[in-house]
Ligand binder design. Structure first.
Ligand code: GAR
Length: 205
C-alpha cells in the first residue's frame, strides 16, 4: 500500500520541452525512471547529459543503453565542493541543460551549483521530509520505528535535503521489513513521483 499526497498531479503535462541534466552517484534507477517516462510520453523532456562522480556507478551503463551522453566528474579530483560544482554548471550549460535533477547524488552541493541554476535544481530523497535528512534515510526510519515513511521530491536549497516540496509518496513500514525490502518499495514510489514532479516544477516555476 502506498499513496501519493497529490495523486491528481501524477499525470500532469508540461508546457515546454525540458532539457534535463541528471546527477547521480550510483545505481541510476531514478535516471532510468526519467528516461522511461520520456519514452512513454509521460514527460515532455530529454536528458541532455548524465554527470556521475564514482567510476563504478551503474548509472553510466544505464545512460549508455538509453543513448544519453554521460561524463565522470570524480569529486576526488577537485580541491573543493565549489570547484566540482563549477565544473558541473559549466558542463550542463555547454550542453543546453535547463533543469538539474539530482537523482541519487550523494554529495553536498554548494551555492555555486544552486545560483548557477536558480530554482531549477530538483532532488529526490528516500524519506518524508523534513524527517530523516542526510545519509541512510531508510535506516534512520527503521531505527526510529516509525510506521510510515516514503519519499520526497523537492527543489534543492543550501541546507541538505531541504527546500520547497514538489511531491511526496508515503510507504508503510511492514513488521518484517529489512533495509532492502523497504528501500525497494520506496524506490518504486520514487520512480512514479520523480518524473511527475519534474513536470510539475516546470509548470510552477
Ligand atoms: C534513491 O533512493 C534516492 O532517493 C537516494 O539515493 C537513491 C538513489 O537510487 N538519494 C539520497 O539519499 C539523497 N539524499 P538510484 O541510484 O537507483 O536512483
Amino acid at each position: 500500500m502506498s499513496f501519493l499526497v497529490s495523486p491528481a498531479l501524477e499525470n500532469i503535462g508540461s508546457h515546454e520541452h525540458l532539457k534535463l541534466g541528471v546527477m547521480a552517484s550510483g545505481n541510476g534507477s531514478n535516471f532510468e525512471a526519467i528516461a522511461q517516462a520520456i519514452a512513454d510520453n509521460r514527460l515532455n523532456a530529454e536528458v541532455k547529459m548524465v554527470i556521475y562522480n564514482n567510476p563504478q556507478a551503474k548509472v553510466q551503463s544505464r545512460a549508455q543503453s538509453w543513448k544519453v551522453p554521460s561524463l565522470l566528474l570524480d569529486h576526488r579530483n577537485y580541491p573543493s565542493r565549489e570547484s566540482l560544482d563549477q565544473s558541473i554548471v559549466e558542463v550542463f550549460r555547454e550542453n543546453q541543460v535547463d533543469w538539474i535533477i539530482m537523482a541519487g547524488w550523494m554529495r553536498i552541493v554548494t551555492e555555486v551549483l544552486l545560483s548557477g541554476y536558480t530554482n531549477r535544481v530538483i532532488n529526490v530523497h528516500p524519506s518524508l521530509l523534513p524527517s530523516f535528512k542526510g545519509l541512510h534515510a531508510v535506516d534512520q526510519a527503521l531505527a526510529a520505528r516509525v510506521k510510515i515513511t516514503g519519499c520526497s521530491v523537492h527543489l534543492a536549497s543550501l541546507e541538505v535535503d531541504s527546500g520547497p516540496i514538489l511531491m511526496q509518496a508515503a510507504v508503510p513500514i511492514l513488521n518484517d521489513d529489512t533495509l532492502e525490502t523497504l528501500h525497494a518499495r520506496i524506490q518504486q514510489q520514487e520512480h512514479r513521483i520523480l518524473p511527475a514532479a519534474i513536470a510539475l516544477a516546470s509548470r510552477l516555476i
